[in-house]
Design a protein around this ligand. Sequence first.
Ligand code: TZP
Ligand code: MG
Length: 216
Amino acid sequence: MTIKFSPTQLQAYFVCGSQDVAEGQLTTVVAQALRAGITAFQFRDKGASHLTAKARLAVGQKLHQLCSTYRVPFIVDDDVDLAIALHADGIHVGRSDQQIQQVLSRVADRLFVGLSCSTPAEVAQANQLAQLSYVGSGPVFPTGSKADAGPVIGLAGLAQLVQLSRHPVVAIGGITEDQLPEIAQTGASGSAVISLLTQSTDIAETVQKMLQATTH
Ligand code: TZP
Ligand code: MG
């Protein structure tokens, strides 16, 4: 099953890999998040990941199956070969990942493509790329989940990028429940989060708050 991109899928966007949860818990956590109503899932397995390449493929297959059951897009971070091998619905490309033009020409006919953009110049470049589906912007706030995260852009920085972007924007980085309404006020289509869901004591309630913040 291929899932097409819609901006409403950015409302409650969960990003997670083995490094973000206790060992062996990834599929359990993702299943809980899907049951709670997340609108997109990104498999981002890197850094302190405890998976071998072979295990990553096997876990990715399981996660894609889970996402398909809930008709939620399964997006792979960064790794085009993995995205193709897993028949992912989408790929998310960061600034330091493979050149966006190369990725687009290789997979844009099969996968939807998201790109990280944290400055007005990067958004201006993304505006030239008609095949992009969305832009991810941040870190909006300080984050403990990405060791090499760039400078914090704040809510004002996010609002500026949303204004400039022709593509829908999903906010990322250090987003807590309290900030969800302010994120929505910038015009962002939603929030992409790791720790808000992996550290949540009530995933169902947290996802509801993410959905409510962006439902007008
Ligand atoms: N890209 C920019 S910040 C970030 C990524 C992957 C980490 C987001 O994690 P958290 O826990 O929601 O701050
Ligand atoms: Mg990346």
